[in-house]
Design a protein around this ligand. Structure first.
Ligand code: FO1
Length: 314
């Protein structure tokens, strides 16, 4: 079993590569749900949906999130009713949120609902929310403490970030499915997602750090920072605002003691030694995924690297 920890678009890309280079039933993706929120009375799980649509082969390639060729009739009608349309939801995407909300209201867990939705779309990998309890990522900025999607989408992640709060985290616990996947893992991959607001919340849920520490599987992370810049989104600004080094090394520091191997881009090869001194093996490669063949190439390299680490770990 390959277990991947992922956030949104960057994580989904590598998860798709892993999905395509390994037997379809052998992958479990544990996703961040700290970005989840409610809009129009519906429960939206952006990171889970991004991974689900990507692995089901229906993601919008232009954005990485949402459904390809989606229409906007529902949103336009809501606009006529006077709602502010700051969050783009296509008609097909709306159906996902309606189904999720209805099933949650009927009493099913987020894990169960996500399993049903992803199976219905033909996804054979397991898609596992990090927890079933509600956790909300809040972002401290000069404009105040903002809900994550307010910060990220409505205000276009333009505010400097001075702190992150995970509301509800104390009551959140690793799910039985995620614990079982990690216990059975032969490889654990920390995808190139934002270490602060995508991977950070997963690791903060009770039970993940100990489950990962207890695993004898090789654990490998891929840097989402290349050449001092985030491949996507505001990870670089966030790392700076929170006092971390804005580099692959800075990300590796955050994962110290948690992973056995770290993958960096050629652009950062001079950091390999410093990262190695953190107690990790380092793979220097082309860590940027420009197209689908790139996702599979990087996935293969990550799995080979992990296998190599595994053979010396045993
Ligand atoms: N990101 C945006 O920048 N603008 C949007 O309007 C937007 C809509 C959206 C709808 C559904 C969905 O699943 C994701 C969506 N995202 C949008 C992406 C998402 O909010 C963020 O990329 C993640 O939360 C960060 O990981």
């Amino acid at each position: 079993m390959i277990v991947a920890l992922a956030g949104g678009v960057g994580g989904a890309k590598l998860a798709q590569g892993l999905y395509h280079v390994s037997p379809p039933d052998s992958l479990a993706v544990i996703v961040n749900t700290g970005d989840d929120f409610e809009l129009f009375g519906l429960r939206i799980s952006p990171d889970a949906d991004t991974v689900m649509y990507t692995l089901a082969g229906i993601a919008n390639p232009a954005t990485g999130w949402g459904v390809v060729n989606d229409t906007r009739a529902t949103l336009e009608m809501l606009g006529r009713y006077g709602y502010e349309l700051w969050f783009q939801l296509g008609d097909n995407d709306f159906a996902t949120h309606i189904a999720r909300t209805a099933q949650l209201r009927a009493g099913d867990s987020l894990t169960e609902v996500t399993r049903r939705l992803s199976r219905a779309l033909g996804m054979r990998a397991a898609l596992l929310p990090m927890c079933d309890e509600g956790v909300a990522t809040l972002v401290d900025t000069p404009a105040g403490r903002l809900a994550f999607q307010d910060y990220f989408v409505r205000r276009r992640h333009a505010d400097p970030v001075s702190g992150i709060v995970l509301d509800g985290i104390e009551a959140a616990t690793i799910t039985a499915d995620a614990a079982q996947a990690i216990a059975r893992a032969t490889v654990i991959v920390v995808c190139p997602s934002n270490p602060v607001v995508s991977i950070g919340p997963i690791l903060a849920v009770n039970g993940y750090r100990s489950a990962l520490a207890a695993s004898s599987a090789p654990r490998v992370a891929i840097s989402p920072i290349v050449g001092g810049k985030a491949l996507r989104g505001p990870a670089d600004q966030m790392l700076a605002g929170l006092g971390h080094d804005v580099s692959a090394f800075g990300v590796a520091q955050l994962y110290g003691g948690l992973v056995d191997g770290f993958v960096i881009d050629h652009a950062d090869r001079e950091q390999a030694e410093r990262i190695g001194a953190l107690g990790m093996r380092v793979l220097v490669t082309d860590a940027v995924m420009r197209d689908e063949p790139d996702r599979q190439r990087l996935a293969r390299e990550v799995l080979d690297f992990a296998a190599d680490i595994g053979s010396s770990k045993r």
